[in-house]
Design a protein around this ligand. Structure first.
Ligand code: AMP
Length: 187
């Protein structure tokens, strides 16, 4: 039996891809039969790894290339806050339905395992503000597409989309073109 670690790929190179892969646990049949859930909690729980990957995201875009970070509830919040802190910009939460206290734009879409609605507060962005959208996993691209729609309806301009992991076989990236998509790990 070979002890070689299989090569992994991503838009910021094999080292960062391997850090994300090493912090991911595949959970079969969650949240429903046939879905392999990518549990990234070990990644988030490992401080040096988390910092290295967040630094890699910031390096990929460059400080000054976006004005605000939009994080998709809930794991996107964790990444968004770290990127925002590292670059000195603010965070806009993209929330699940019914959580925002003031008038909001709303977008519904299909998930790999169901239906969902996301919301962004009206006036969340200064018109023309460049927005980096972040989430943990890009699967079918429904969540990312709905988020980009919301960002634009709320007056922002999508500067790019970053995910820790892209499920390449679901072709989510194709739905988001021509916008820039950055995935640390593609499986
Ligand atoms: P999608 O809209 O199909 O691209 O799904 C992406 C969203 O659903 C992200 O917010 C992910 O957190 C979540 N998600 C979808 N599929 C998975 C999966 N296999 N493992 C973990 N999270 C997933």
């Amino acid at each position: 039996m070979s002890s070689e670690i299989p090569a992994v790929t991503g838009d910021s190179g094999p080292e960062l891809a391997a850090l994300v892969a090493g912090g991911t646990v595949d959970v079969p049949d969650f949240p429903k039969p046939g879905i392999v859930f990518k549990d990234l909690m070990p990644f988030f729980g490992d401080g040096p790894t988390f910092r290295t990957v967040i630094d890699g995201i910031v390096a990929h875009y460059g400080v000054g290339s976006f004005d605000v970070v939009a994080g998709v509830e809930a794991r996107g919040f964790v990444m968004a806050a770290a990127i925002a802190y590292a670059t000195g910009v603010g965070v806009v939460p993209v929330r699940k339905a019914g959580k925002l206290p003031r008038p909001a734009f709303s977008a519904s879409y299909g998930l790999e395992y169901g239906e969902a609605t996301l919301e962004v507060s009206e006036g969340a962005f200064v018109p023309g503000q460049r927005v980096l959208v972040v989430d943990d996993v890009l699967a079918t691209g429904g969540t990312a597409g709905a988020t980009m729609d919301l960002v634009e309806r709320a007056g922002g301009v999508v500067a790019g989309f970053t995910v820790l992991m892209e499920l390449g076989f679901l072709d989510g990236r194709e739905r988001l073109g021509p916008r820039k998509v950055h995935a640390l790990l593609t499986v």
